[in-house]
Design a protein around this ligand. Sequence first.
Ligand code: ZN
Length: 269
Amino acid sequence: MRFVAKQAQEGINVSDTHPLVEAGTLLVGLTAIFVVIAIALIFMIEIAMQFISVEDEAELFDGWLPEDLVAVSPADERLLETQLLVDRLARHWPDSPYQFRVEIDDSELANAMALPGGLIIVTQGLLDQVESENELAFVLGHELGHFKNRDHIRALGRGIVLSLFFTVITGDDVAGIGIKVADITLRGFSRRQETKADEFGLAVLNSEYGHVNEAWRLFERWDIDDDRFLDLVTYLSTHPDSGDRIKDMLDHADAEGWLAEGNVSPLRW
Ligand SMILES: [Zn+2]
């Protein structure tokens, strides 16, 4: 008996599912795998980051600047004045291992961030909106609090993973951790981390001025329905809701016996 191979039926290797649906399923599946890998990596790096000593951090990031920083001219007097203010405030944290550096980013969006190695970035937008030295001192003191609690180093772990993935997705060969990446990762600070940073900022303010007046003034102004500000404020996306925040700050100052009234210093520019 001769074996006669049967002609395979037309379309035997073609699934009944529409190719677009299959492509969609594949895409969803790949995305899910991608997300799971990213989360696992973030988790592992965050743990690993906590073992980096402050000394190593300082050495590793000595002189480092984010690649997408658009720094204002070194001649801008606000740069020197803000640096001097940070230096004054940092004296109230005597055993700080950091040599804090200030840079002003050209952005119109009000924001401030603590970055590895003791780098504090404030934006032009923020400096445009503060109306007293005390207001600015609180924002800076809050960022010092993030260094104190080493929140920034955990955020850095996320930043590394994110920029890695951005590099893969965009094909950009710049794997740097820029302000944009930092901005996203710093949004991940928990409410508790923010509250602790606020408390540190208040303590610094109280040591410097003998009261905590105006610590919340900036947030009060942002809290009113003024579109002029809301468009400009990205700070609020990285920091807690103003209403609760002001109340928590007032409560904390009250509990510590810190005066909420006192003479306010003008800005030095
Ligand atoms: Zn914060």
